[in-house]
Design a protein around this ligand. Sequence first.
Ligand code: NCD
Length: 312
Amino acid sequence: MTFRGRHLLGIEPLHPMEITTILDLADDYVGLNRAQDKHADALVGRTQINMFFENSTRTQASFELAGKRLGADVMNMAMQASSIKKGETLVDTALTLNAMHPDLLVVRHPHSGAVDLLAQKVNCAVLNAGDGRHEHPTQALLDALTIRRAKGRLHRLNIAICGDIAHSRVARSNILLLGKMENRVRLVGPPTLIPSGAGDWGVEVYDDMEAGLEGCDVVMMLRLQKERMDGGFIPSEREYYHRYGLDAEKLAHAKEDAIVMHPGPMNRGVEIDGTIADDINRSVIQEQVEMGVAVRMAAMDLLARNLAAEAA
Ligand code: NCD
């Protein structure tokens, strides 16, 4: 086993071997999650606290289930009702929780870098569940596991990441991970939604969907992150769908066996046509959700092992 981290804050510091270690263990947990008895004991006696300062359906639910299936005591902090509303700072809240001796802290925050800062202040393992536009490592890992299982490998694939790249931590973590595993990554979207430095990321950039999808093995769509936009990034949703929404015509440019991915939540009829999202022969969107539980189990299991080794 090679996974040395104390925290899981991003894909950036991970070695390809560490990525493979997490995915291999997650593959085992997929089996457990499909069994009738879904209990294992990797986190028995451990306390996991989930702190979500931003809305979440899939990520929070899967972290909670992952912890419970591995036997942890799991607490979801209702951040809307917490003392943050009374002006307590993020660090004070973290220190308060730290004093209760959690082992795993799962944090989502609207500001890039907030989760790294928090990790410096606490004694437990911190998992980044998405910080601003920065990183969302467990999403990239679950995407990688989904791709590896569908394609039988996680290298030398042509992968198009399409849409609102600029506001997306999912895109950032995926670009890092897929690059480390030696895939060819293309970013496809309107120039207003492609970050200016993207040319230096070792990716190809396209502003035309049909050209960008040509010959791709994987088509990863992203949600238009309207909550992170403060101006006119797109002319209208209708126009956006026309040029960048994934429909059958555009998908026909990808390989015949290309898979379609989306991290959710989806805006049907904005970035993706509903019939494509629901097409079980092309879309692996539900598999992504399934892999999410397994990947979070693997990540927390490995971090807890490292905590135990450190304490020994
Ligand atoms: C993503 C997120 O929150 O970054 N969702 C998720 O975790 N599945 C993507 C998004 O919100 O569009």
